[in-house]
Each structure stands twice: as structure tokens, then as C-alpha cells.
Ligand binder design. Structure first.
Ligand code: GDP
Ligand code: CA
Length: 310
């Protein structure tokens, strides 16, 4: 069994490639829930849904997030009613949140609700949230009027990542427990993959759940991480704004430094081949291959290279 730690869109694209070269029944995905939020009373889990929609073949390829064939009537109507409109939810997407919210209200855990949502969407792999307890990624910024403590989506979507970041914290992490099955899966895994996700707000929240980092370190298998940074910049997203807040260089070797002592191998892009020695110096086996996932074939080749390092 392979275990993959996953954020949202970057992870989803990688995992779709992985499923071209690896059996879905032999993969367990542990997803980030640090971005989860309540919107219009609905429980929204953006990263779990990005993975679920993509692996079920339902994602909108052009927009890069959300569901294909989406419409926006409910959001428009809510805005007309004076409800907040900064976080766009499509009509079909809302159906997912309605189902999840009902299941949670009836007493299901987030793991149980996620399993049910995935089964109904036709997701071919087991997807577990990192925890059933809330862990909230908070971004402390220098706002226009002074220091502010923002929820991740407020920082990223409402404020468009425009404020200088002072700190990133995972509220609730100390009291959270890994979701049932996560530690067992890691302990018996044949390999662990850290997807090409944002290291600060996608992978770090998962590792902040007490027990998960230690379980990966203690696992008898190898661990391979894939860079989300190519040529000193994220392919998409805000890693360039968040890595410096942790004093980390925006580069493949910078990310490798975050995974030193945890991963055995680090997959970096051919354009960053000159950093391979630095990666090796951190104690990680460098694997240099093209890492830009333009097509599912690109993603499959990247996944194959990562699996080859396990
Ligand atoms: P989010 O939660 O939806 O932002 O998704 P993730 O954290 O999983 O993914 C965002 C990260 O994926 C960003 O840091 C991107 O640089 C990275 N990413 C996106 N596309 C690619 C790609 O084609 N190749 C690589 N190597 N990284 C990518
Ligand atoms: Ca995310």
C-alpha cells in the first residue's frame, strides 16, 4: 500500500498521474483539512474536494479547480440577498457541501462523511482527512491597519495574498488526532509520497497533527517528496509568499530542507538540476526529472519517477 500526503490541486494532478501507473486499490490518500471553512452554513473542504473531483474525473480542467459544467446561480442569488460572495461556490459543488454538511449534522465524523461523498462521486481511491478534529490554518499578516489574524481562505481568496505574512499557524493541531486508519496505513505502507503541494499550507498542516510526522519517520518504508517549486517559483499558488515567512528559500532545495529528516528522496525539476548536490547534502536522494504536469501523461511519468525512489 502506498500512502500519499496531499493538498489540493497540485496533489490532485499528481495523483491522477499516479493512478495511471499504480492500482487505485493500493493507494491511500491523506488530505489536508487546514483550509476547511464554513460558508453559508455549509461544511466546505476545498482540498479533499479537489482530490476527489479530479480522481473521479469530474474536475474542470480549464479553470483548474472545481467541477466541470459548473453553474453559479446559487452564489449569485446569495449575493443578491446580501450574503458574502468572496468565496465562490458553484451549484454542483454546493451539492457536495450539502451532502457533507447533512452527514456531519447527523453525527458522522469527517472521515465517514468523506468516505460517503467519495463513494457517491465515484472516487476510485480511499481518501482520508488528516484528522476528524478541526485544524485551522491561520495566517498572521501585516494588514493595512496593523497586524491581523486571517483564516487561510480569507488570506488567499478574499485578500488575494496581498498582505505581508508574519506567521502561519495551525490552530487546534495540538488537540487533534490523526483520522482513524492514518497511522496504521503509514506504519504498514510500502512507501510514502509527499505530493507536489504547498509545503507550508498543504503538507505542513498534515504533519502538524500529532503522531503523523513521527509515524512517517518511524515507518519501515522509504519516503519520497515531489517539488512544488520549479525554477524558483511555484507553478501556481502562493508558496512564494509563504515559504519566506518560515525563512525558507523559494526553491527546490528550500523545500527539500523542510523535508530533511523525514523524506529519503526528493524529486526536483531538470531546470533545478544544479541544486541536486544541495539536496543530497541535506541527506535526501535527489531525483532529477521534468516535473511540470501539463498533461496526465506528464503526471504519470513524474509519479513513476517518484515511485522509483521508494
Ligand atoms: P492547493 O491546495 O489547491 O493550492 O493545492 P496544492 O497545495 O496541492 O498544490 C499547490 C502547489 O502545487 C503549488 O505550490 C504549485 O507550485 C504546485 N504545482 C501545481 N502544478 C504543478 C506542476 O505541474 N508541477 C509541480 N512540480 N508542481 C505543481
Ligand atoms: Ca489548499
Amino acid at each position: 500500500m502506498l500512502v500519499a500526503l496531499a493538498g489540493g490541486v497540485g496533489a490532485a494532478r499528481f495523483l491522477r498521474g499516479l493512478l495511471r501507473v499504480h492500482a487505485p486499490s493500493d493507494l491511500l490518500v491523506v488530505g489536508n483539512t487546514g483550509d476547511d471553512l464554513r460558508m453559508h452554513g455549509l461544511a466546505v473542504s476545498p482540498d479533499l474536494d479537489s482530490v476527489a473531483y479530479t480522481l473521479a474525473g469530474l474536475a474542470d480542467e480549464e479553470r483548474g479547480w472545481g467541477l466541470a459544467g459548473e453553474t453559479w446561480n446559487v452564489g449569485d442569488a446569495l449575493a443578491r440577498l446580501g450574503e458574502p460572495s468572496w468565496f465562490a461556490l458553484g451549484d454542483r459543488d454546493i451539492a457536495t457541501h450539502l451532502l457533507r454538511t447533512r452527514l456531519l449534522a447527523e453525527g458522522a465524523t469527517l472521515s465517514e462523511a468523506t468516505a460517503e461523498v467519495c463513494a457517491r462521486l465515484g472516487v476510485p481511491v480511499r481518501l482520508l482527512p488528516m484528522s476528524d478534529q478541526p485544524v485551522e490554518t491561520r495566517v498572521e499578516v501585516d494588514g493595512p491597519g496593523g497586524p491581523e489574524d486571517l483564516g487561510f481562505q480569507e488570506y488567499w481568496v478574499a485578500r488575494k495574498a496581498s498582505d505581508p505574512v508574519r506567521a502561519v499557524r495551525f490552530r487546534g493541531a495540538e488537540a487533534a488526532r490523526p483520522a482513524p486508519g492514518v497511522l496504521e496505513a503509514i506504519g504498514s505502507a510500502g512507501g510514502v509520497l509527499l505530493c507536489p503541494s504547498n509545503p507550508v499550507v498543504s503538507i505542513a498542516p498534515i504533519l502538524a497533527v500529532p503522531g503523523i510526522r513521527d509515524a512517517i519517520r518511524a515507518a519501515p518504508c522509504r519516503v519520497a517528496a515531489v517539488t512544488p517549486i520549479i525554477g524558483g517559483a511555484p507553478v501556481r499558488g502562493m508558496a512564494d509568499k509563504l515559504l519566506p515567512a518560515w525563512g525558507v528559500e523559494v526553491s527546490a532545495r528550500g523545500v527539500a530542507g523542510l523535508y530533511a529528516g523525514l523524506a529519503d528522496a526528493f524529486v526536483l525539476d531538470t531546470v533545478d538540476a544544479w541544486q541536486a548536490d544541495a539536496v543530497a547534502g541535506l541527506g535526501l536522494q535527489p531525483v532529477v526529472v521534468p516535473t511540470l504536469m501539463r498533461t496526465v501523461e506528464d503526471a504519470a511519468a513524474l509519479a513513476k519517477a517518484a515511485m522509483g525512489a521508494l
